[in-house]
Unconditional design. Structure first.
Length: 288
């Protein structure tokens, strides 16, 4: 009886939260329906037509992850980029193993499933089920990844700065996910042109990265697993130590940030316990 009541509670929260959200033009996206016979204590993984992975928590509650192949990419900003900051230099070639990254930011509807399954306290903003979740700390995002790891049986984590940047700009060192053209209000949510978050994927596909990853510029910043240390990036120099309470790098700018801050190489950092109204996250699943 307790299980049935808990599931009914999940359904009620998710349905009420998404009532005012308009459907984006891309698919598939998470909806707000959980089957009354399925609880998100396990998850099915299937391949997508584009070589990505679909994680199904329950009917119509899904995560789509894009495949990022192994290989080299240019990380950071070159000396010829006039709007680059010193913390983005030097630009170097970094080699990564293959991985999968969330095609979209984690949404309020997806986060609500995690909250109910783990008994956490959190309130869904009304009508924003398909908006990216915000006001969640780095530690909250880590807990979400641990939960998703448990129910998928795969290693799910926050992206490193290197994983995030490769997924955002590909291998050719482009300035923005779509290329080198300056952003505008038709392409992304930035510079307070909307003054709030928007539904994930709303600007796809024109602003997608070379790997088909959406919203890597604007809308919300993304937590990464990395400490904000000087370049060149090295995963073994302590910046990926998950046990220290030091400020973590965030990427992608947000809806209040101008063009300089939504460049793929732009870097900021926040307290791991802080919660910010334009900062959310997306997940990485390791291959294998």
């Amino acid at each position: 009886m307790k299980t049935k009541l808990k599931l009914l509670f999940i359904i009620t929260i998710l349905l009420s939260a998404c009532g005012g959200a308009s459907a984006p033009t891309v698919a598939p996206l998470p909806t707000a329906t959980l089957s009354p016979t399925v609880t998100p204590l396990s998850a099915a993984l299937t391949k997508t037509a584009s070589d990505g992975v679909m994680i199904t928590l329950a009917p119509n509650v899904t995560f789509e992850l894009a495949h990022i192949p192994a290989g080299e990419f240019l990380m950071g900003s070159g000396d010829n980029e006039g709007d680059a900051l010193a913390i983005e230099k030097p630009q170097t070639t970094v080699t990564l193993d293959e991985y999968y990254i969330g095609k979209y930011d984690v949404t309020n509807a997806q986060y609500a499933a995690f909250v109910q399954a783990t008994g956490r306290t959190w309130f869904m903003p009304p009508g924003k089920g398909l908006h990216p979740v915000v006001n969640v700390s780095w530690k909250d995002a880590i807990a979400f990844c641990q939960w998703l790891s448990e129910i998928t049986g795969r290693i799910v984590r926050l992206p490193t700065e290197a994983q995030w940047e490769k997924a955002a700009r590909g291998t050719d060192g482009r300035k923005y996910p779509w290329g080198n053209e300056e952003p505008d209000a038709k392409r992304i949510n930035f510079n307070n042109n909307v003054r709030d978050t928007v539904v994930v994927g709303q600007y796809s596909p024109q602003s997608d990265s070379p790997y088909g990853v959406a919203d890597m510029a604007g809308n919300v910043r993304n937590w990464t697993s990395s400490l904000l240390k000087a370049y060149p990036y090295r995963a073994d120099d302590g910046r990926e130590n998950q046990q220290v309470d030091e400020w973590r790098a965030v990427r992608g700018g947000g809806f209040i940030i101008g063009s300089r801050g939504v460049r793929s190489a732009s870097r900021e950092s926040y307290s791991p316990t802080g919660k910010y109204d334009s900062t959310g996250f997306r997940v990485v699943m390791l291959a294998g």
